[in-house]
Design a protein around this ligand. Sequence first.
Ligand code: GLC
Ligand code: CA
Length: 556
Amino acid sequence: MTGEQWWQQAVVYQIYPRSFQDSNHDGIGDIPGIIARLPYLKSLGVQVIWLSPIYESPNDDNGYDISDYCRILPEFGTMADVQEMFSVAHRLGLKIMMDLVINHTSDEHAWFKASRQSKDNPYRQYYIWRDPVDGHEPNNWQSDFGGSAWAFDDTTQQYYLHLFSKKQPDLNWENPTLRHEIYSMMTWWLNQGVDGFRMDVINLLSKPVHFVDDPNVTTENHSSSMNFIANGPKIHAYLQEMNHEVLSKYDIITVGETPGVTTKDAIKYAGTTANELQMTFQFEHTEVDNSREGFGKWSDERFNLVMLKRILSKWQNDLYGKAWNSLYWNNHDRPRVVSRFGNDSDQYRVISAKMLATTLHFMQGTPYIYQGEEIGMTNVKWPSITQYKDIDTRNAYDDLVLKQKRMTPDKMMSYIYHSSRDNARTPMQWDKTLNAGFTDDKPWLPVNNNYSEINVSAALSDKQSLFYYYQKLIHLRQTMPLITTGKYVVLDIADDSVYAYRRISDDAQLLVISNFTEKMQKHHYERPDSATVLISNYDDDLGDTLRPYEAKVYLF
Ligand code: GLC
Ligand code: CA
């Protein structure tokens, strides 16, 4: 794990297909739309594209509820379009990583339809069914989208487990027939030309064995039972089996989405000798501004920089030489980073977005850029909850405001502006024409109304734009092995305004300095006179004086 694998030098770009580019005037992004934009991604310089799910789905959770793993959602296109996408991408030297959602399916998947028919149906054992206990749910596990994780099914008078929505029943990984069916589906996709998998909530596959009322899980607050259920007893056995049966046979990229992992866990999943996955998405830094009242991400608190530095530094240090990090600020489940950790005012949006990019892209790991991050797209604020589409946002509002009455509508709306997943899901802003060039029909989710200023076309015609800054960062990673391999050393961890660290190899060093505030800062970091500025978001260098959101990297 010292940087010699291709995926350790790669930069990944995540596409949320529904919101990327519509090609057939129905307001929904699609695969031909993606194909048309591949040259744009090539010019940005990324090597890998991760696609959020494009499989057949009733879209209760925007495709994370799959009803057929081997068919494409007609709204997105056909299998022939997918083949075309693979071949155009490969011709451009781009790899495509697919989302793999195998902790659960849709309740409209043929397996579940059969499973719910009778207790002795062969597919019964594909899902997790339990008898009621005293007329109630088998235990107090909570769904990540609010409410109980158990749904009662009239036909057979049992409950099934769903850690997400009711329409996302959890698969029973204890069943070897199910496991092998999943492995053959994965092999089928690899043979279609897929270059890797991003595995959805992969560390939830193995559930704790005792399905009885568990004192460790409280129903007192909204937060889900996910962290309790994560990293179950057989998870490593399953992933090693999957690696042996499928992954090890292909030269692919794999990343597991793993809520509730510590650095120790991550080494087990993605360690040099783990034979499981290549890297994990950990959540700790995305929870840095979680609610102090127990509402999880439903909060509007501003993050604390020292906490963020401690978390990221721990991940850099603990995994060094042992396992591989993924590096990300946002994705389709997180708010926009410039609104969250930067400053999205007209004055500071671009400069603070460059600062955030610098901070992340000089760390060790594989960076992931989420669509629109490279042009500094921002969060949205819609006046009414009815304008939000995300099931997680809608359920949380119902639960916390309407049912439990634990907060006022205004408070909850403020939390939604800060944390809703719809912040990331508004359509990609391509240009200043109608609907940002995303569609010429009504978009499935409104376009952020700042699109006439913030869009790809504007970014491409401005040499100082965030787009070109990202292009440069990606290019530097491709050409400077130190960025992939150097040892990370954080400086002045208790400083709550500036994030500074070094990357050190035997013969060279990088000093990365980022001012996270809109105030001038004065700070001296040791460096030789010969040090040169490799990249900066200001044109000149004032030495120890840092201007608002200034970021710079010295090389020596
Ligand atoms: C993951 C996905 C998220 C989805 C959930 C259930 O966290 O990233 O979008 O809702 O899993 O599949
Ligand atoms: Ca379309």
